[in-house]
Design a protein around this ligand. Structure first.
Ligand code: GLU
Length: 488
């Protein structure tokens, strides 16, 4: 690449970070890291009604959680700041001056009502719905007179009428051609002095020396307009890569209807950031068409725009959940315990002192849980029985196990057998309980399910013998005895 790679993620803080935005951020970040370039975060907060500082902070938090670190941005600064559009007014004013000097803009005095009327006429005629260029035809002296008299005016770009099509080579979509006749004399600065979106973005990308604009293809129709602004300013444009939309499984644009779409929601549901990062990377890019588990380093070393698909990516929540399970199972007992402890503390099951004192016990518990869940929000319901004095047996589990004939005998026999176990380990517990079904003339599954429900409160639990070992002898026996009145 001839010039240093500088890319940017430019969210508008009108909401929290969503899957689509996060995917764009991941691709920009991976591209920068792959090429030893710079990843810039720019906050596009020009819409004062919908932009909030709270949203900006939430976006920063979500990016940090995913481990997508930026080199320049509002919080870390950098040589091309400021990094919030609302703080860049002087740069837009300067760029407007430059356009005036180059005779590339003209003042437009048409009122909103006049513009609306013109649009209606154009629509009725079925012709070009853009501005009819009334003010472009004003003599310069007349325009100046009106300005000096204080008439409100916006500034419009003089789209070159003799220019051919606007063509660019999109790095994902290939050659894109837009006929010049379809491009409006767009407003660059409104009558209140604020820059329009396309003007601000082009000025920012130019002055921040962005080399590649990688963004969602909902912006593709803006690109020819931005290219004309570059030309008018006399700047080299960056390369463009437009990413396909993300669809839900029904082929409609991903939205709330398809379930959670914000990164924060996935964090709260117990997704690991490394799993979500992996999944986002695969939403439109692939390493080799088949590998699904790709860690951060592999992504950074292999990301390329050539392998980004032009087709819409399908967001598959089940696949994401599956992938999360893969990442959870891959955690060491230490790493899993570190993720589990805050959850237990938040649920009021454990204090931090207890967590430290019982570290060895927690390390034993960790693999029993991590092998059985796909999301961290499954941890607390699954292990609660180990932390409470008595379990509450839900009705469904009672019916499925305790209400069955022979359940009472099974519980009594289990309590008796376990009372005789001196050295309390999962091995000795297993030996004692495995002898029961034959002795009782019952099916092993029926006996063990009854014991499981009595001890854990549910038919779904970590493995039985290990759970009983971790629960301790006294508590196990008292639960078996307390369940007797519920048994058939
Ligand atoms: N601020 C725009 C958005 O949130 C992105 C603009 C761009 O990437 O050029 O969609």
């Amino acid at each position: 690449m001839s010039q240093p790679v500088r890319v940017r993620f430019a969210p508008s803080p009108t909401g929290h970070l969503h899957i689509g935005g996060a995917r764009t951020a991941v691709y920009n970040w991976a591209f920068a890291r792959r090429h030893g370039g710079v990843f810039v975060l720019r906050i596009e907060d020009t819409d004062p009604e919908r932009s909030t500082e709270e949203n900006t902070q939430a976006i920063l938090r979500s990016l940090a959680w995913l481990g997508i670190d930026h080199d320049e941005g509002p919080d870390v600064g950098g040589p091309f700041g400021p990094y919030r559009q609302t703080e860049r007014a002087a740069l837009y004013a300067e760029a407007l001056e430059r356009l005036k000097e180059r005779d590339a803009v003209y003042p437009c005095f048409c009122t909103p009502e006049e513009l609306e009327r013109k649009r209606e006429v154009a629509r009725a005629r079925g012709g070009f719905a853009g501005y009819d260029r009334t003010c472009r035809a004003l003599a310069p002296e007349e325009a100046e007179r009106r300005i000096s008299e204080g008439h409100p005016h916006a500034w419009r770009l003089k789209v070159p009428l003799d220019r051919g099509d606007v063509v660019f080579d999109d790095l994902v979509r290939g050659t894109m051609t837009f006929p010049i006749s379809a491009i409006d004399d767009l407003i660059v600065v409104r009558s209140d002095g604020t820059p329009t979106y396309n003007f601000a973005v082009a000025v920012d990308d130019a002055t921040m020396r962005i080399s590649h604009v990688i963004r969602g293809d909902d912006h593709i129709s803006n690109t020819p307009k931005q290219l004309l602004i570059y030309e008018a300013l006399g700047y080299e444009p960056p390369a463009f890569a437009h990413l396909s939309m993300i669809w839900g499984p029904d082929g409609k644009r991903l939205s709330k209807r398809h379930g959670a779409t914000s990164v924060e929601a996935y964090r709260e549901m117990g997704y690991l950031p490394e799993a979500l990062l992996n999944y986002l990377a695969l939403l439109g890019w692939s390493l080799d068409g088949e590998t699904t588990v790709i860690d951060r380093q592999t992504l950074i070393e292999n990301f390329s725009l050539e392998r980004v698909s032009r087709n819409p990516a399908i967001f598959d929540a089940e696949k994401l959940e599956w992938l999360n399970g893969v990442y959870i199972r891959a955690l060491s007992p230490e790493a899993f315990t570190d993720r589990m402890v805050p959850l237990l503390e938040n649920a009021g099951l454990l204090s931090s002192e207890e967590a430290a004192q019982r570290r060895g016990w927690l390390l034993e518990l960790a693999p029993l849980v991590s092998e059985r869940i796909k999301r961290l929000d499954e941890v607390v319901p699954m292990v609660r029985f180990l932390f409470v004095d008595a379990v509450e047996i839900d009705e469904k589990s009672r019916e499925a196990a305790l209400a069955k004939p022979g359940a009472r005998e099974a519980l009594e026999a289990a309590a008796e057998a376990l009372k005789g176990v001196a050295d309390w380990t999962s091995g000795t517990i297993e030996a004692a309980l495995r002898a029961l079904p034959e002795r009782l003339g019952a099916k092993p599954k029926a006996v063990f399910q009854a014991v499981r429900v009595a001890v854990t409160g549910s038919t779904i639990s970590p493995p039985l013998f290990e759970s009983i070992a971790l629960l301790g002898k006294e508590r196990t026996i008292s639960r078996l005895e307390r369940a007797l009145p519920l048994a058939g």
